[in-house]
Design a protein around this ligand. Structure first.
Ligand code: ING
Ligand code: ZN
Length: 305
């Protein structure tokens, strides 16, 4: 029996185990950690998040999510690892990380993750009903260039953006959640895999750089250097559309347009394509350490600026 209360990051966990771990932390560390539900998936699973509080009034906010795409299993593992460092290993944290309020949503797409886990490993989308069967790409469902480049209006497609902007319950819950925090929001990171990229908005089209692009690139480059120093891995830094491909309707583009957050990134974790989405379990721990390394750098910048 695997002890879900003490994740070792040697195995990929179920949605239930990840959510149980958040509840466990909230009951063991009630001064620091509280669990909330921002809404429900189309199959009525809770969109559970954990708030890790600085204890300071009007602290700047850092929102982290993962698992918007079902098959990118290492991303929820990374979010879980970050949560563990912020709560259990709090004594080791630098001042910047103690001074921010973190909100972490480790499973943005719990229905899809479970479907990938149990039925179809390479499932990407959520599980909402459509004319083809199931699934919209939540990372195409936001209203920034909706239905444009990198999307496909065929509901069978893996990049089907949904029937209209914000049609998906996961998108709606997330938007409301961000809207409630937006006055203090300073940083947002959404974890995906794979490719080893630190991506900067906008992604909806070519030649469209977000406000603060240069500052985001500066800090992203420091994060990539910190990862290189940690374990030698290379993460490329640049604009989503130019470095990867244009894709409209992403969560990062929406956060950057709808809030005053300065530091907004999509981070594509390991690997560079050898295993792709099916990253072997032995690589979970080194990968999630890279994720936390990037978060420390971005949090330090967010705290200062
Ligand atoms: N990559 C992202 C995708 O949704 C991306 C890249 C980031 C697109 C930000 C748009 C905005 O296609 C993966 N691997 O999902
Ligand atoms: Zn993805």
């Amino acid at each position: 029996l695997k002890n879900i209360m003490i994740p070792t990051f040697r195995h990929y966990q179920t949605v239930e185990a990840i959510h149980a771990y958040l509840d466990h932390l909230a009951s063991k560390y009630p001064e620091i950690a509280t669990v909330g539900i921002m809404g429900y998936s189309s199959q009525k699973k809770p969109l559970k998040y954990i708030k890790i509080s600085s204890g300071k009034e009007n602290a700047k906010v850092f929102v982290i999510d993962a698992g918007i795409h079902a098959r990118e299993w290492v991303a929820p593992a990374a979010a879980t690892f970050i949560i563990k460092q912020l709560v259990v290993n709090r004594k080791k944290l630098p001042k910047a990380l103690l001074s921010l309020d973190f909100y972490v949503l480790p499973t943005f797409n719990p229905d899809g993750y479970e479907y990938s886990y149990l039925k179809k490993r390479l499932w990407r989308k959520n599980r909402s009903k459509n004319d083809c069967g199931f699934g919209a790409d939540i990372n195409r469902n936001f209203d920034v260039g909706f239905g444009g480049k990198g999307t496909n209006s065929n509901p069978c497609s893996d990049i089907y953006p949904g029937k209209s902007p914000h049609s998906e319950p996961e998108t709606q819950a997330f938007m409301k959640f961000i809207n409630d925090l937006k006055n203090n929001l300073s940083a947002y990171v959404t974890f995906h895999s794979y490719g080893q990229y630190i991506l900067i908005p906008f992604g909806y089209d070519l030649n469209s750089l977000a406000p603060d692009y240069d500052e985001m690139e500066r800090v992203g480059t420091i994060a990539a250097s910190a990862i290189k120093k940690l374990d030698g891995k290379t993460y490329q830094v640049g604009n989503t559309a130019m470095l990867l491909y244009p894709a409209a309707g992403g969560s990062d583009d929406w956060v950057k347009t709808a809030t005053k957050a300065k530091y907004v990134y999509t981070i594509e974790l390991r690997d560079e394509g050898e295993h792709g989405f099916i990253l072997p379990e032995e690589y979970i721990l080194p990968t999630v350490r890279e994720a936390f390394t990037a978060i420390k750098v971005i949090a330090t910048a967010a705290y200062r600026n």
